[in-house]
Design a protein around this ligand. Structure first.
Ligand SMILES: [Zn+2]
Length: 393
């Protein structure tokens, strides 16, 4: 199947960097994967992820009329047997036990990093995490059939085989990539645009020659890895300075990332679209606009590879919702309005976030979906990064 899909699509390569996506006529319609499980309270009081994200995206898309029933696929939770393909049995058992009892012993907290402020216990934790993995497995299966698949609840890129890390209990991008490999992909490129290094995914496939990982993330930020590339292992990192702007991002994509996809002749793309790289996110200092990110992803989609798009971090409910709702809008071919309709504006005004002061809520977050771009100077540091990377491909 994979071979047929790749072969049939490889010669039809529309390129569209602006405006609406030109999908190849032989490509089946894009699909959105979700679940009502994400409407349940999670992470507990005072955690950065205790904000509306997935449900807000679905609700805004519904208000806009952009998410039809035939484009939506309900995910199913991954089974323990599936999870064992990457995660350790003892860790899964500890996670299930902690979830069912609502408590962890000190040694379990220390060993598996659950029940901490970072990775708190909350009711339904295990099923929710397994649902995210199941959604990414489904996304990969559908992507192999030729659909461009968007699974915004995916992107738990810090999860480790034997412990939780960085708000991630399991690692769904790893399962997406493993599924693509099982289905016949031979050269997968994982592109991580979250503000944090995609460490869990890089490490998982460090020894796997069929997978190239690329991460663009902010310097001197947790988990403090990804400071350099490891070309022999197919692991490329762009650790960018504070206030990384749209012009710099476009430069990096055009001169380093797209040439790499070309050089490795990737047959599948997994794109992690963590929304914490957007200007206005309370946990990082990148200065990207959603429009520039949509353009980049659209350009990657137009390469006509097997393509799936995941979410990731993102701690400003307004910017997360606008980014991911607009991402789907672009993928599904909807025109992005200059101004949101009144019911959508009312919806955006009802959102709340403890991490953002009321006076810092920008008017455009409440009334529009597309950011005004944030162009800027392309710093020498970025140019050097590209020059260094290009010595390897
Ligand atoms: Zn992040």
């Amino acid at each position: 199947m994979q071979g047929l899909v790749s072969e049939s699509m490889s010669r039809n390569n529309p390129s569209s960097t602006t405006g609406q996506l030109s999908l190849a006529t032989n490509r089946p319609s894009p699909l959105f994967i979700g679940s009502d499980i994400y409407r349940q309270p999670a992470f507990g009081f005072n955690h950065p992820l205790n904000i509306v994200r997935h449900s807000a995206v679905v609700d805004l898309l519904t208000i806009l009329g952009w998410l039809t029933a035939d484009a939506f696929r309900e995910s199913e939770a991954a089974t323990v047997n599936q999870l064992l393909e990457f995660h350790d049995r003892a860790y899964l058992k500890a996670l299930q036990y902690a979830d069912s009892t609502g408590s962890v012993e000190a040694d379990v907290r220390e060993r598996y990093r659950v029940g901490t402020f970072e990775n708190p216990l909350f009711p339904g934790l295990f099923e929710r995490a397994a649902m995210t993995v199941g959604g990414s497995i489904l996304a990969a299966e559908l992507a192999v059939e030729g659909h461009v698949v968007f699974h915004p609840s995916g992107g738990t890129h810090h999860g480790r085989p034997d412990r939780a890390a960085g708000f991630c209990y399991l690692n769904d991008p790893v399962f997406a990539i493993m599924t693509l490999l099982e289905k016949g992909s031979e050269r997968v490129m994982y592109l991580d645009l979250d503000a944090h290094h995609g460490d869990g995914v890089e490490d998982a496939f460090y020894e796997e020659p069929r997978v190239t990982t690329v991460s663009i993330h902010e310097q001197n930020r947790w988990p403090f890895s990804g400071t350099r590339s490891h070309p022999h292992a197919g692991a490329f990192n762009f650790s960018v300075p504070l206030q990384f702007n749209d012009s710099e991002f476009e430069y990096l994509m055009k001169n380093a990332v797209l040439p790499l996809a070309d050089a490795i002749d990737a047959d599948a793309l997994v794109i992690c679209c963590g929304a914490d790289c957007l200007a206005g996110d309370p946990l990082s200092h990148m200065q990207l606009s959603n429009t520039t990110l949509w353009n980049a992803v659209t350009e990657l989609v137009a390469l006509n590879k097997t393509t799936m798009i995941l979410g990731g971090g993102g701690y400003n409910p307004w910017t997360v919702t606008r980014y991911w709702a607009g991402m789907w809008g672009r993928i599904a071919g909807h025109e992005i309005p200059d101004r949101l309709p009144s019911d959508a504006r009312a919806f955006m005004r009802r959102m709340e976030c403890d991490l953002i002061d009321v006076e810092d809520i920008e008017e455009q977050w409440l009334t529009t979906i597309a950011d005004t771009p944030y162009p800027g100077t392309i710093r020498d540091e970025i140019k050097s990064m590209v020059t260094d990377a290009r010595t390897h491909y």
